[in-house]
Write a protein that binds this ligand. Structure first.
Ligand code: CU
Length: 225
């Protein structure tokens, strides 16, 4: 009853209003504290992805970071930020796809993939330690992108300077040149690059097959008449 009466009293309602306002202001102040405390925008880390590499800084200072991810490749890629002390080639994996069961995922580009030439920003606030950036996509029938080299490591430590990504590996540069239509020596087979092309071929074949089946059905039904 006392509660009801309190709520009914205008002054009590006003007091409550003030309390909630105070709580809201305190909450907002708390939320803004990290920004005010550091007095600066998140540091920016460039991340380049392509066939089949991830290039980024070797180190970064602790705190809020913005990762500017760019897909320089022809295929869709992703970037997953995980905390890990493992060597870049030591993640448990099957057929080039890493087992994500034990991963501490801190950020990930929007699934299913970042399209060719696409960009995306990831945000994370990191403490000192070691981190990996991984593309864990895998097309049917070929090794996963992680197994083909799409992984990069960097260390977060106080006072570290962010560096620009290294140039893409030579193999990736050759692929990019070939993709751009520059004259290159004839290739007998791009073992690593077939998956998505095979995918397109399969869709075309499926389409042709559908047309044939439909046409065949019409011919049959006409013959029956
Ligand atoms: Cu990839």
């Amino acid at each position: 009853m006392r509660v009801l009466r309190m709520w009914a009293r205008p002054s009590a309602v006003r007091d409550h209003g003030r309390t909630w306002l105070a709580v809201a202001v305190a909450g907002l102040a708390l939320a803004l504290t990290p920004l005010v405390a550091t007095g600066q925008a998140p540091a920016v880390v460039q991340v380049d992805a392509g066939e089949f590499y991830i290039g980024t800084t070797t180190a970064a200072p602790p705190g809020a970071l913005t990762f500017n991810v760019k897909n320089n490749g022809r295929f869709g890629h992703e970037v997953v930020l995980i905390k890990s002390d493992l060597a870049t080639n030591a993640l448990p994996a099957t057929d080039g796809k890493a087992d994500e069961a034990g991963w501490q995922i801190l950020a990930r580009t929007t699934p299913p993939a970042l399209a060719a030439a696409g960009t995306q920003q990831l945000s994370a606030t990191l403490t000192e330690g070691r981190y990996l950036l991984v593309c864990n996509l895998k097309a049917e029938g070929v090794a996963g992108h992680y197994g083909r080299g799409m992984v990069a490591a960097f260390t977060v430590r106080a006072g570290a300077t962010i560096t620009a990504p290294p140039p893409p590996p030579v193999a990736a540069q050759a692929t990019a040149t070939a993709a751009a239509g520059a004259p290159t020596a004839p290739s007998t087979g791009n073992a690593g690059l077939g998956a998505d092309d095979v995918g397109v071929g399969f869709v075309v074949l499926l389409g042709a097959l559908t047309v044939m089946v439909v046409a065949g059905g019409r011919v049959l039904s006409r013959m029956r008449r």
